[in-house]
Design a protein around this ligand. Structure first.
Ligand SMILES: *Cc1c(COP(=O)(O)O)cnc(C)c1O
Length: 394
């Protein structure tokens, strides 16, 4: 999940880095703090949140940690529910916070199963549901539009981990997305908090996540005193509403300058996401007629999962062939092709492909995140190359 930052981000980062502003206190980076407030407002408008409390962070993990911290403070003693496909750091951060976690099963596209969620909510134990719009492995979008009313009925809050998929809301009304995906993305507007990573789909260098809270009163959970800072302004300093202390002002400048060129609209940054989504749809189509490869599941965003067809069709063969295709592609010294794999359970696999014999508990399948707009004109070549690798690996 990486790509080179936009040249505007590089220029903005470098220009600000020359003075190395710190967005902790307003006087540590007056210009870049103003830029941070401006871009946070733009991200909030994109997500559909009015007047939220928010700031940039060093990463999506830190941003989610803040949201989980607020979840704990808002619903003391109650647990967090996250889908089995949710990011691994949620369980880790809940462990750190001393919060219990429930794993909610997923449907046959890797999305949170709302019937299972309802049964869990009915126990009264869950204080916050974490929905994911764009899971890291499959790019699956949890049905936020169905999760929100359900959670409200049981007095639970909803946090959305949109670290990967947050910017896809720019395509919510576009025929490139399935209608339910668009509905789920628009429903982020009704949630209590959301995390979006500009260093994933926002063309930024690493060190740029963001967390937004719908209720500006959330600031009370961050209240603290610092004997050395906060003396220059009556306005809240960014360090007073975040868990981190020092933070790169250059990251704010980079995002600010990028959004001047590519605003958060369908025609602005939306065009970059549309190219990746178009590439994923085209590749899924090619995989549908391939003799060497099989689509694992239809892509919901721009992540395509697939596997080599093997003879016999057994999980152990699929697992070995997937690993071999990744390795051979990477090791072609002159003209490498970089793929990745993800591990899927036998039940999940055979639920999608009943003809494959489950002779292992899980298997690796191939996974490609088509985040670069350059993937769109290249996808036919890519398909051809991966087909040849798969033919050699079967
Ligand atoms: C990448 C990702 C994270 C973690 O974000 P970092 O910026 O890598 O710390 C969390 N959740 C999802 C869904 C992600 O894709």
């Amino acid at each position: 999940m990486l790509k080179p930052p936009h040249p505007a981000a590089v220029a903005g980062y470098l220009a600000a880095m020359l003075v190395n502003p710190n967005n902790h206190a307003l006087d540590g980076g007056p210009a870049t703090s103003a830029m941070e407030e401006e871009v946070v407002g733009q991200l909030a408008a994109m997500a559909g949140l009015e007047e939220p409390l928010g700031h940039l962070t060093s990463s999506g993990t830190t941003a989610n940690l803040e949201a989980l911290f607020v979840a704990r403070e808002s619903r003391p003693g109650r647990s967090v529910a996250v889908s089995a496909e949710g990011h691994y750091t949620h369980a880790r951060m809940c462990h750190l916070l001393g919060v219990r976690v429930h794993r909610v099963p997923v449907d046959d596209r890797g999305r949170m199963d709302v019937t299972a969620l309802e049964a869990l909510l009915a126990t009264g134990d869950v204080g916050t549901v974490v929905a994911t719009t764009g899971t890291t492995a499959l790019g699956a979008v949890d049905p936020v539009h169905r999760i929100v009313p359900l959670a409200r009925r049981f007095g639970a809050r909803v946090h959305v981990d949109a670290a990967y998929g947050g910017f896809f809301v720019l395509l919510a009304d576009d025929p490139l997305l399935e209608r339910d995906t668009g509905r789920a993305l628009r429903a982020v507007a009704d949630c209590d908090s959301v995390v979006i990573d500009p260093h994933k789909h926002g063309l930024q260098p690493y060190g740029c996540g963001a967390v937004l809270f719908a209720d500006p009163g959330t600031a009370r959970f961050f209240r603290h005193d610092s004997p050395y800072t906060y003396f220059t302004s009556d306005r809240p300093h960014l360090g007073e509403i975040s868990l981190e202390c020092s933070r790169s002002g250059a990251a704010a400048a980079a995002l600010w300058l990028t959004l001047r060129l590519l605003p958060l609209t369908r025609r602005g940054l939306g065009g970059v996401l549309a190219a990746g989504r178009g590439a994923a749809l085209r590749w899924a189509e090619l995989l549908g007629t391939s003799g060497a490869l099989e689509l694992y599941q239809p892509p919901e965003l721009d992540i395509v999962t697939y596997y080599p067809r093997t003879e016999p069709a057994a999980l152990s063969r699929v697992d070995a062939a997937s690993q071999e295709v990744m390795r051979q592609g990477m090791e072609d010294g002159k003209n490498p092709v970089f793929l990745s794999v993800t591990r899927v359970g036998a039940d999940a696999f055979t639920g999608r492909h009943p003809a494959v014999v489950p002779d292992l508990g899980d298997a690796r399948v191939l996974r490609s995140a088509l985040m670069k707009p350059e993937s769109e004109p290249y996808v036919e070549v890519l398909h051809d190359r991966v087909e040849r690798l798969a033919e050699a690996a079967r």
